[in-house]
Design a protein. Structure first.
Length: 719
């Protein structure tokens, strides 16, 4: 074998890497053999022949394109793609193509210092024998974020920001004069002023806000919000604009509206709610029940394009952390002017239904109204009344419940998918410290409200979207939900067969959803229930907003929108405005404009959910902080190649047993069957299995709860 000029013996592997670097650094150039030999300093005949042979193989592999008998260029058609860079703290970075294909591994040396979420252009690398497919970042198209949150490290001559989860290649360098008074160990928000480049690997930034001491509840909640680019305080000029809004209702405005002030009306919400954006009214009209679903008329007060509207558009949703709400609208609007508080006259946009005793809709209309709520109920109060306890307006509430049950039964008969997922909640003291963790389950009181909100949302969507054949419907933001992923559905079918269940994966939408419901009911109370529910949920698509209606698979509605929560969701405000315009005879709104707003609202919904999950994680770790060393009964709630997730039966807190702690065997990860299998002893850890764990570590900084397998016979078991 010939030697390279460096003195190292040249082999094929070295030559592949040299050729990859040359072509990737010059993606638009064509190289002749002569230019290649010169660039790679190949002087001997064997080295040149090896290069020619290697390039021929790289062309066969679609990595290079042969442009003539003696020249090659990078195959841009297949080799260059655009998408999102996903950075991992363990260095296992990846590239997610825009076309939704499988993620492709990107090593750190080929990352061009791209940050998590950046839009990048990559070139595919020639696949090495027995190696996974790799990509190299050739250009960063745009950075996802220009700010970061973390802990300040202040030394004598310099300062750094150490980010949470190590999402950056290096810590962010901060000039001392740009610290804004931040001290060592404090949490801060930093704006990045200089990104890494070929000349400098440093990321440079300036402090824009000092959050405070690590571990303080407010600081940690603000840090979670800042991490996702969510606001944690309301701009003063927007609050000032809200202060100028006149809350009173003129006689002229009342005359323009349907008057429901003398009809029994109530709100039913969580006991700690302040923003009451929906109310129900009921009265008997002849042989029918008139039920009004009254929604706060936010668009009457928040005018399109105003200062308040621009801020609400940007936020798109209220964010619900464990111990606080970050509202979409200023507090004066959401908790006072728009909130449907008892014994106060309020402006609403309402869907009013004429229902028979079986809750069949005989007629409906949508109108601007004025109401006066007789009573504000918490869900718990209503539930007690529905279970037989005496209470205010008990007869009206029980009638509403009876009608809601008819609506619910008909919905599931129509093919709606039945997923009653439990949500983890915490009781917290005045300092924000969690004192109890528990699952909140759906009951008759919550389902009563849910069914009438679903009816209103569906009816509003139908009123605009359901048009005569050959007529184009006017623009409206819909809440859409696509059918399950067929591949994942087939995986679910194969998986549940092992437990003796059947599942239809072909046929009509209704047939598949009914089969899914039969599966959910069949596994109720069984050991494998949570396991099957988890796998089934993974087959489902995410709901989102769009002006292109495809219906809502999960609810089995052909038309569905969000109309019932304009205080906390911007799409509902958009729907209110468009409905008002269309009722006044306006032409269809610009679809492109509203589709862009729908995409923004869908994105912000996802970001808000991530922040909410992180606040739950933080409180979970905080709650378990004084329980390190204690042993609990648990069950396996997740399986990954790096460990087992376990959920404690008593309080539903979830932590992980790292793979390194399973030292009795070498375990293989069976992704298809959601289990780990030992090679020698064939011991299996399966999703849903009962397990005993010991709380090993509760790391608040990383929001990470680590468990260890408990030794048999341990005395300190929490049942």
């Amino acid at each position: 074998m010939s030697k390279h000029k460096s003195g190292k013996r040249l082999n094929k592997k070295m030559l592949v890497e040299m050729l990859q670097t040359l072509f990737q650094q010059n993606p638009n150039e064509t190289f002749s053999f002569k230019q290649i030999f010169k660039n790679l300093k190949l002087s001997t005949h064997p080295a040149k022949m090896l290069a020619v042979e290697t390039m021929d193989e790289m062309a066969w592999d679609d990595y290079l394109t042969k442009t003539s008998d003696n020249s090659y260029r990078l195959n841009l058609k297949n080799q260059v793609q655009e998408g999102t860079f996903i950075r991992k703290a363990n260095g296992k970075n990846s590239f997610q193509p825009d076309d939704g294909g499988k993620p492709i591994f990107v090593s750190e040396r080929n990352s061009l210092f791209a940050m998590n979420g950046d839009r990048v252009r990559v070139a595919m690398m020639a696949r090495r024998e027995r190696h996974i497919k790799e990509a190299m970042v050739v250009e960063i198209l745009s950075h996802k974020a220009d700010q970061a949150v973390g802990k300040l490290k202040v030394e004598r001559d310099y300062a750094f920001l150490i980010t949470e989860g190590n999402i950056f290649v290096h810590d962010i360098l901060i000039p001392k004069k740009k610290l804004k008074g931040g001290k060592d160990g404090e949490k801060a928000v930093v704006r990045i002023t200089q990104w890494p480049s070929k000349d400098s690997k440093n990321i440079v930034g300036e402090v824009i806000d000092v959050l405070g001491k690590e571990g303080d509840n407010n600081v940690e909640m603000h840090a979670i919000l800042a991490q996702y680019g969510l606001p944690y305080k309301y701009p003063k000029h927007v609050e000032d604009a809200a202060e100028k809004i006149e809350p009173g209702i003129t006689e002229q405005e009342i005359r323009r509206r349907e008057d429901f002030r003398e009809i029994f009306t109530c709100t039913i919400d969580p006991k700690d709610a302040k923003d009451f954006d929906d109310a129900l009214s009921i009265r008997k009209v002849g042989k029918l029940w008139e039920v009004g679903v009254h929604i706060a008329d936010v668009s009457h007060y928040v005018k399109e394009g105003s200062v308040i509207d621009k801020e609400a558009t940007k936020r798109a949703t209220s964010v619900y952390l464990v111990d606080r709400t970050i509202p979409m609208l200023p507090e004066r609007l959401c908790n006072f002017i728009c909130s449907l508080r008892p014994d106060e006259e309020k402006l609403c946009y309402s869907a009013i239904f004429q229902l028979d005793d079986e809750a069949n809709v005989k007629d409906y209309h949508i109108a601007h109204t004025v109401i006066k709520s007789n009573r504000r109920y918490a869900y718990e109060e209503v539930q007690e009344i529905l279970m037989g306890k005496d209470g205010d307006y008990a007869e009206e509430l029980r009638t509403l419940d009876k009608l809601a049950k008819c609506l619910r039964e008909r919905r599931f008969k129509g093919g709606a998918v039945k997923f009653d997922r439990e949500e983890l909640h915490f009781d917290i003291d005045e300092t924000g410290k969690p004192t109890r963790a528990y699952f909140k389950k759906s009951n008759d009181a919550t389902q009563l409200i849910e069914e009438f909100m679903l009816l209103a949302n569906r009816t509003v969507a139908e009123s605009i979207g359901k048009v005569k054949k050959g007529t184009k419907a006017k623009t409206l933001p819909y809440r859409i939900h696509d059918q399950p992923d067929p591949t994942k559905l087939e995986t679910l079918r194969e998986f549940v067969t092992k437990f003796g269940y059947k599942l239809k994966t072909a046929g009509t939408k209704g047939a598949i959803s009914k089969s899914l419901n039969a599966l959910m009911e069949g596994c109720q109370g069984k050991k494998e229930q949570k396991l099957i529910e988890t796998v089934a949920l993974r087959a489902m698509m995410k709901a989102k907003y769009s002006t292109h209606n495809i219906g809502h698979y999960g609810l089995a509605f052909d038309y569905y929108t969000h109309f019932t929560s304009p205080i906390r969701r911007y799409p509902d405000t958009m729907v209110h405005r468009l409905l008002t315009k269309y009722q006044d005879g306006a032409r269809s709104a610009n679809q492109d404009k509203y589709e862009e707003l729908c995409e923004h609202c869908s994105d912000m919904e996802q970001v808000a959910q991530q922040a909410e999950r992180d606040s739950i994680k933080y409180k979970m770790v905080e709650f378990m902080g004084d329980k390190v060393g204690e042993v609990y009964d648990a069950h396996i709630s997740g399986i990954q190649s790096y460990g087992i997730y376990c959920e404690i039966d008593e309080n539903h807190c979830e932590g992980m047993v790292p793979m390194r702690d399973l030292d009795d065997d070498y375990y293989d990860f069976d992704e298809r069957n959601y289990c780990l299998v030992g090679r020698r002893h064939h011991h299996k850890y399966q999703l849903g299995d009962a397990i005993r764990i010991k709380v090993a570590r509760a790391n608040l900084e990383k929001r990470q709860l680590d468990f260890a397998l408990a030794e048999e016979g341990s005395k300190k078991v929490k049942k």
